[in-house]
Write a protein that binds this ligand. Structure first.
Ligand code: PLP
Length: 399
């Protein structure tokens, strides 16, 4: 009836997309958008990776027809992703204890995992870090879960409140679902140390919690292997493990929506049952995933020259971000010697919780056309040799 739609209220705007809208409308030629969640190159442009261009050229040559993919996606993609995420030589892969299904980006992988868990652990509650990627809460709530926070960021140390986190893990009911960022924590850039991960795995395993690792930035921290290490550690710890991963950032394939959900079971037989149920979740959501992005990633990962090229290009992105962290801190030290920003160098991934207050962020926007998130999160990958001096000068002015 007409009154059905009539009564619908306007939903709140997405805060981050709102920043981009305001930025786009800004006429200042010096404007800078540090609110984004994507990697820009030193020219401030979204890159198209050379490995992707070459894989696409190969695929164009083949001019294959476009049948449906299997429900769980392209088999070559699922295999390549599983090897990448767990290690081709890992026990989980060799024993066929893990299943991997292509998903619509990292977000789609999280949603598949959430829907699957709602079917088989309907009474569990979900715990996410405080703060976390802003979509985590909404996503698990929309799957029907109650979502809680565990302590994570400590604003005074600009690091992790590890004691608080561990204490909360120790007191959760068995069977609780714990969402963890495998590397490059978004939004804070503060990651756990190896020793802290060991303790987390110990508590998660001994208390029977269900770990859900979100890995959206593999390769942006210290390297592909070292960023993925924690996934292997959880997989070896025995219990069920859920892993969502995304190639949006690491392949600069945002709009192709390429990600995957992997679930680690205790045996190949159990894994086969898990996959059969996951396929039902997929079938009733979108039937089967699109072809192109998965084919590009599978081609790159399985072709030695392209794989080497990808690793080189990914290292290039990682190193450029690190250089921007370093430059930001050094330049700021010269302009504002009484303020300490060394923690920005220690942070990992695309983001920095800069410590800038909401008032300072507002001044940056109103007086300098520099757009950051109200929480002080800046995207370090949006800094470049052309805008860094302007940004540092402005930051020094508002401190
Ligand atoms: N998880 C985290 C922590 C993210 O930061 C993002 C993207 O910003 C995603 C998941 C979603 O990735 P995708 O764009 O592939 O859906």
């Amino acid at each position: 009836s007409a009154s059905l739609l009539n009564a619908i209220e306007m939903a709140p705007r997405d805060p981050i997309l709102g920043i981009t809208e305001a930025y786009n409308a800004d006429k200042n030629p010096k404007k800078s958008n540090l609110g984004v969640g994507v990697y820009y190159d030193d020219n401030g442009k979204l890159p198209l990776l050379e490995c992707v261009r070459k894989a696409e050229a190969q695929l164009m040559e083949k001019t294959a027809p476009r049948g449906y993919l299997p429900i769980d996606g392209l088999a070559a993609y699922d295999k390549a992703v599983q090897d990448l995420v767990f290690g081709a030589d890992s026990a989980v892969v060799k024993e066929k204890r893990a299943i991997t299904a292509q998903a619509i980006g990292g977000t789609g992988a999280l949603k598949l995992g959430a829907d699957f868990l709602k079917r088989f652990a309907p009474d569990a509650q979900v715990w996410i870090s405080d703060p976390s990627w802003e979509n985590h809460r909404a996503l698990f709530e929309s799957a029907g879960f109650v979502v809680n926070n565990y302590p994570y960021y400590d604003a005074t140390t600009k690091g992790v409140n590890f004691a608080g986190m561990l204490d909360t893990l120790k007191n959760m009911p068995a069977g609780s679902i714990v969402l963890l960022h495998a590397c490059c924590h978004n939004p804070t850039g503060a990651d756990l140390t190896d020793a802290q991960w060991t303790q987390v795995i110990e508590v998660v395993t001994s208390r029977g919690l269900i770990p859900f690792l979100d890995m959206a930035y593999q390769g942006f921290g210290d390297g592909i292997e070292s960023d993925g290490k924690v996934v292997g550690l959880f997989a070896n710890a025995g219990g069920p493990v859920f892993v969502s991963n995304s190639f949006s950032k690491s392949f600069s394939l945002y709009g192709e929506r390429v990600g995957a959900l992997s679930i680690v079971a205790t045996s190949a037989e159990e894994a086969a049952r898990v996959l059969s149920q996951l396929k039902r979740v997929i079938r009733t959501n979108y039937s089967n995933p699109p072809i192109h992005g998965g084919q590009v990633v599978a081609t790159v990962l399985a072709t030695p020259e392209l794989r080497a090229l990808w690793e080189e290009e990914l290292a290039g992105m990682r190193v450029r971000i690190r250089e921007m962290r370093q430059a930001f801190v050094e330049k700021l030290k010269a302009k504002a010697p009484n303020h300490h920003f060394d923690f920005v160098i220690t942070q990992r991934g695309m983001f920095s919780y800069s410590g800038l207050t909401k008032e300072q962020v507002t001044r940056l926007r109103e007086e300098y056309s520099i757009y950051a998130v109200d929480t002080g999160r800046i995207c370090v990958a949006a800094l470049n040799s052309g805008n860094i001096d302007y940004v540092v000068d402005a930051v020094a002015q508002v401190l």
